[in-house]
Design a protein around this ligand. Structure first.
Ligand SMILES: [Zn+2]
Length: 319
């Protein structure tokens, strides 16, 4: 896998998507607001388009109607022949691929920002594809410097060799904001305001880049998934215990072998039996019960992100 090419021209086609999961309310309501009052998304060199990604799920206040939209942007779904029996989200993924992509094409949007909430205590989490997404990682660095009090963590979701599957992967560059903890279907003012401020800073960063700002190389700390752990379950598939109180809300904190991870209904503690320390994230995320995930194990890595050179002004038509 090689680095995504750093943009060599201004980013003009930009979208801000919310409601990719219809019960993650910060993005749903920010986008509904911006559809009525889009001036907040305008900058001198571009205007970002607000997109309600899954309108049927947002109307029903559910994560999805038929299947998870944010796993549907794979070549299998996007390129298969449409049939009347296709799940709603597969049809919607194809529509969004037409609107914002096509994925991996020169016609794709320059940048898509996708807005999410989690029920886990992940604070301000910035989700990029991989350590090769140079533009997105400079954006993460910019957000960290602008909001030191938020201690923004960077999560690289893509496992090596795995095809990207999420909404912002249809654009040339993208990032997701994952803010929590917020219950599904609930709008909290603090998280709503934080997301709104972060979106404004993302657009300001794109404007800086478009105006010819260069960004120096830096060292970045990030987390990437190495596995998942399901709840202890009965033979019937029901829960046999809860996330342990000592693990609850401890996202991005080190978990050592021997630390308790589940409290069984029988009363005993279940201990972490991994071979090495991991950093759990998405701990007790409501949407992941059905995916068989009580938490995601990550490892922390530090790597260098190369400098991003300034755009050179386009030659004037006369020259
Ligand atoms: Zn989400």
């Amino acid at each position: 896998m090689c680095s995504l090419p750093v943009p060599r021209e201004p980013l003009r086609r930009v979208a801000v998507a919310g409601g990719t999961h219809g019960n993650e309310m910060s993005g749903v309501y920010l986008v509904r607001h911006w559809l009525l009052a889009p001036a907040e998304l305008q900058r001198p060199s571009f205007s970002a388009a607000p997109v309600l990604a899954n309108p049927a799920a947002a109307a029903a206040c559910r994560r999805y109607v038929d299947r998870d939209l944010n796993r549907a942007f794979t070549s299998t779904f996007l390129n298969s022949r449409p049939t009347p029996d296709d799940p709603y989200e597969v049809m919607r993924a194809r529509e969004l691929n037409q609107l914002l992509g096509p994925k991996a094409s020169g016609r794709a949007f320059d940048f898509v920002l996708d807005l999410h909430n989690t029920t886990a205590n992940m604070g301000t989490c910035l989700i990029a594809g991989s350590s090769h997404d140079v533009f997105a990682l400079h954006l993460c660095r910019h957000l960290q410097l602008q909001y030191p009090e938020l201690s923004c963590q960077v999560f690289l979701y893509q496992r090596s060799g795995e095809e990207s599957y999420n909404l912002d992967s249809v654009a040339k560059n993208g990032l997701a904001l994952e803010l929590g903890p917020q219950p599904q279907g609930v709008l909290r003012a603090d998280i709503f305001s934080r997301m709104r401020a972060l979106v404004a800073t993302v657009l300001d960063f794109i404007e800086l880049f478009n105006q010819g700002t260069a960004f120096p190389a830096f060292e970045l700390e990030a987390y990437r998934p190495v596995g998942v752990v399901d709840f202890p379950r009965t033979e019937a598939g029901n829960l046999a215990g809860t996330v342990h109180p000592q693990l609850q809300d401890q996202d991005f904190q080190p978990l050592q072998p021997g630390d308790p991870i589940f409290q069984m209904f029988s009363g005993e503690d279940l201990l972490y039996e991994g071979e090495s320390m991991v950093y759990p994230v998405f701990i007790n995320e409501a949407a992941y019960y059905e995916k068989g995930v009580a938490f995601v194990q990550t490892e922390k890595l530090t790597f260098s992100v190369p400098a991003m050179p300034a755009l050179t002004p386009a030659p004037s038509p006369a020259s």
